[in-house]
Design a protein around this ligand. Structure first.
Ligand SMILES: Cc1ncc(COP(=O)(O)O)c(C=O)c1O
Length: 414
């Protein structure tokens, strides 16, 4: 827990931290310069460039009014569309397979409206038993919308039993919704293998990539996933409530006959302003867009995606694994004298950057870590603290501060 070692590791890292490109919140009592902010799995920090990009759009609005839709430097008509290439790189998808729109749960509902088509025999939805509550509410309400009993239609299975459960459900399974990275433990799921298993029993493979995008590489197209949804406010640093994203595999994007919840923004752009009453979907994932895109809310995302484009996810993942390994080593050292344990998989390939720790009194400990040590992590029921050393702005010294703080706030054991 030596400051010098953390500094040496930082200096030797092949990818220098981009911390200076971010607004790292100051520690309010001024006794240390900044928070050690390990909560990027919840809300990523603000890229400094976001303000200028947002101000540009405010200036364009002031300069052009409604003509900004066509004449601003980045015409607003295609503002969301112009982010698809960068977003697609993060999830292994072609631009036409991506739509930047809405927020995660809304996109989940929109896509389930098309892809969850239960029959008498095939009606079940499989999720993992630690699924994020919003996903659980969404799938239960979808079952109810079809007049089904949610309790009989939604199967919740242990995450390590997903493959066997898919086999067991067989042809009763209509859809599986699983996380690319589990929000509680940080465990990575094998998108390709699970997608193949789900489709092998004739069901739809859907993915929640909230904790995966910008954290671990994902290859949605090659895996053949049917659809996926995510938010951009965690590792992608798009800002609180930033518009989310959706993926629809190209083999579905061209199925214009697929029933969907339509709105004019999913209409073929060539037809949109003809003001005809009938909906003609545009091909690709944007055929599921419904409403006018929120340009001002998208602007910070443009700044953030520029960083990902510049550095590349592979280099970021490599730094992420080095930082996480260092934090793991320090947490193990803490666990030698304190009652706590890492519940995230130990295999670096089976986790993202987040390490979750189980310990008694976790809620109060999270508060003490912040108020007494300027270490910001988050608490999740029942007894979990999540620490996410993100490669863009976290440093080895942040990891060291976590360990020093834990040693202080946890009672010595034995
Ligand atoms: C794994 C997961 N799924 C779904 C959601 C819900 O996202 P939204 O509020 O954007 O719908 C979250 C939010 O944190 C999440 O972590």
């Amino acid at each position: 827990m030596d400051e010098a070692r953390a500094a040496e590791l930082e200096a030797a890292d092949p990818l220098p931290s981009l911390r200076d490109e971010f607004c790292v919140p100051p520690w309010p009592d001024g006794s240390q310069p900044e928070w050690a902010y390990l909560a990027g799995n919840s809300l990523g920090l603000e890229p400094r460039a976001a303000r200028a990009v947002l101000e540009d759009e405010l200036d364009e609005w002031a300069r052009l009014g409604v003509e900004g839709w066509f004449e601003s430097r980045e015409p607003w008509l295609e503002y969301a569309g112009s982010l698809r290439t960068s977003v697609g790189r993060l999830v292994g998808a072609a631009p036409d397979e991506i739509a930047v729109m809405n927020t995660l749960t809304v996109n989940l509902h929109l896509l389930m409206a098309s892809f969850y088509r239960p029959t008498r025999k095939r009606f079940r939805i499989l999720i993992d038993d630690s699924a994020f509550p919003s996903d659980s509410y969404a799938v239960q309400s979808q079952a109810a919308l079809h007049g089904l009993d949610p309790a009989a239609s939604v199967v919740r299975v242990p995450i390590d039993d997903v493959l066997d459960s898919i086999e067991r459900e067989g042809d009763s399974l209509a859809l599986a919704l699983l996380p690319g990275v589990n929000y509680l433990t940080g465990q990575v799921l094998d998108v390709a293998a699970i997608t193949a298993a789900v489709q092998g029993v004739g069901a739809v493979a859907a993915w929640d990539l909230a904790h995966a995008i910008g954290n671990v590489p994902v290859s949605l197209h090659d895996a053949g996933a049917d659809f996926a949804v995510w938010c951009h406010y965690k590792y992608v640093n798009g800002g609180p409530g930033a518009p989310g994203g959706a993926f629809v595999h190209e083999r579905h994007g061209s199925r214009l006959e697929l029933p969907r919840l339509a709105g004019w923004w999913g209409n073929d752009p060539a037809e949109r302003f003809r003001m005809e009453p009938d909906f003609v979907p545009r091909p690709g994932a944007e055929g599921w867009a419904v409403s006018t895109p929120p340009v001002l809310a998208l602007a910070p995302l443009r700044a953030s995606l520029e960083q990902f484009d510049r550095i590349g996810l592979d280099a970021l993942r490599a730094r992420s694994q080095r930082l996480t390994a260092y934090l793991e080593e320090l947490l193990d050292e803490v666990a030698r004298s304190r009652r706590m344990g890492v519940i995230t998989p130990r295999d670096p390939a089976a986790r993202g950057c987040q390490l979750s720790v189980s310990c008694e009194g976790a809620r109060a400990l999270a508060a003490s870590l912040r108020s007494e040590h300027g270490v910001v992590c988050d608490f999740r029921e029942p007894d979990v603290l999540r620490f996410a050393p993100t490669p863009l702005y976290n440093t080895y010294d942040d990891c060291r501060r976590v360990a020093v703080a834990l040693l202080d706030v946890l009672e010595p054991c034995g």
